[in-house]
Ligand binder design. Structure first.
Ligand code: GCU
Length: 421
């Protein structure tokens, strides 16, 4: 049995690697496509001002993305209780306050809780904050020994000591490079992180995580237009926001949602659906994130829907190998965040995420920002590597691989200090 499972894992790995190799990476093979105009309604009406955008176009786009891509959250679920698990005024060598706050949800006789790890600079004033999910537990983002290790299901990763789907002490601090906590605190921002697997384990199984708390009767999985995992994760970010509104130390009007890769897709959707987020940073979010689907470069809708059938709602499969039928594209997802600041970032070697498609997503969202007199991306050519463009819509492509680096955070901090006021 063990051999069989190992064999299966090996073939899954091969499939994954070969998918990345035989994807299209040739600009000359990008099909011709026509992008929908964010400033024209589905029935052809031109949108000339922000009022019409808000009353007509934004709602129809939001509705399309909800019903056909990320899925509807089928009900409301409020925080049942907030438990402060731990608190210290002397974290990070005395530079910060640390809190570990558990949010509990109850419905249909089921309970789900998730823990937010929060670091805040020591000050009397309310602080702005970045909030985002991590892939392998809160204890991976710092060496801090007080950070509680989650007991939730995790994807195996033997190099991080994660076997049998359980997080362990061995992975403490393995992702410090992705978070730059010290720099964030020094810049006067707080940081809040959540392990995404506590809200919904990242596997094609709808019997766990938050979904069952909102099933009706004997429902076993979401309906075709109901929430996949990304919408569930983004729901979790909104509940974290509900908590920030109650926390006197946090300035809830300056909360920036951050995410990398699948969690960068999640950050965009959280920013689109919850206007309380003051800004969005989407790091290398690729297909289903900032990259235009119709380019079919790197990862495509068919590949993502096959490999991660639980991320989007089932209706989204209608567009696998059928991108031309999509009446929207990802620039319009970004535009849903307008007029709030949004930062899209790519990495040169991360071709799977289609850096050019990510840039074009930001560029073509710009007309909506301009309705509000905000500056988006003005140049139509991609900037050179490590030459950020920072306006209300910001973009950079840095050298290197798919990752979050110190360079990325340096840009985000500079930009957020200027644009998230
Ligand atoms: C895979 C997937 C991407 C995703 C990435 C990640 O590569 O194909 O869509 O962004 O995982 O989340 O790391």
């Amino acid at each position: 049995m063990k051999k069989f499972i190992l064999c299966l894992l090996f073939f899954a790995f091969l499939f994954n690697v070969s998918a990345q190799f035989d994807a299209n990476y040739d600009e000359s093979k990008v099909p011709e496509f026509k992008l929908p105009d964010p400033l024209k309604t589905f029935n052809g009406q031109k949108i000339r001002n922000s009022k019409k955008w808000e009353s007509k176009r934004r709602p129809e786009l939001l509705n399309f993305f909800t019903e056909n891509m990320f899925g509807e959250v089928p009900g409301e679920l409020e925080i049942a209780s907030v438990d402060i698990l731990e608190e210290s005024n002397n974290a990070l060598n005395g530079k910060a306050v640390r809190k570990q706050v558990d949010l509990v949800f109850k419905n249909r006789g089921k309970t789900l809780d998730f823990t937010i790890l929060i670091y805040l600079p020591k000050t009397e004033e309310r602080v702005p904050l970045f909030v985002g999910y991590n892939f392998y537990g809160n204890h991976t983002i710092t060496e801090d020994v007080e950070v509680i290790i989650s007991e939730a299901w995790a994807n195996n990763n033997p190099s991080f000591g994660i076997i049998n789907n359980q997080l362990t002490e061995q992975s403490r601090g393995v992702r410090t490079n992705r978070w730059c906590v010290d720099k964030i605190i020094e810049a006067g921002f707080g940081l809040a992180v959540i392990y995404y697997g506590e809200v919904d384990p990242d596997k094609d199984d709808f019997s766990d995580g938050i979904h069952p708390l909102l099933y009706i009767d004997d429902q076993q999985q979401p309906a075709a237009n109901e929430w996949g995992a990304i919408a569930a994760w983004s729901w979790g970010l909104s509940r974290a926001m509900d908590y920030f509104e109650q926390d006197e130390a946090i300035d809830e009007s300056r909360v920036v949602v951050f995410g990398h890769s699948r969690l960068g897709k999640t950050a965009l959707w959280a920013g689109a659906t919850d206007e309380r987020f003051a800004g969005v940073i989407s790091n290398e979010s690729g297909c289903g994130g900032a990259a235009l689907s119709k380019r079919r470069f790197g990862e495509t809708l068919w590949r993502i829907n096959n490999r991660f059938p639980h991320w989007f709602c089932k209706n989204f499969r209608n567009y696998s190998k059928n991108e031309e039928a999509l009446p929207v594209d990802q620039h319009e997802l970004i535009a849903l965040i307008a007029p709030r600041p949004v930062y899209i970032a790519s990495a040169e070697e991360d071709r799977w995420s289609d850096p050019k498609g990510e840039f074009l997503g930001a560029l073509y969202a710009t007309p909506v920002y301009e309705l509000y007199g905000k500056k988006g991306i003005e140049q139509t050519e991609m900037p050179a590597v490590n030459q950020p463009i920072q306006n209300t819509v910001a973009y950079h492509i840095r050298t290197g691989e798919h990752d979050v680096t110190e360079y990325d955070w340096e840009q985000y901090l500079k930009w957020a200090s200027e644009f998230v006021k």
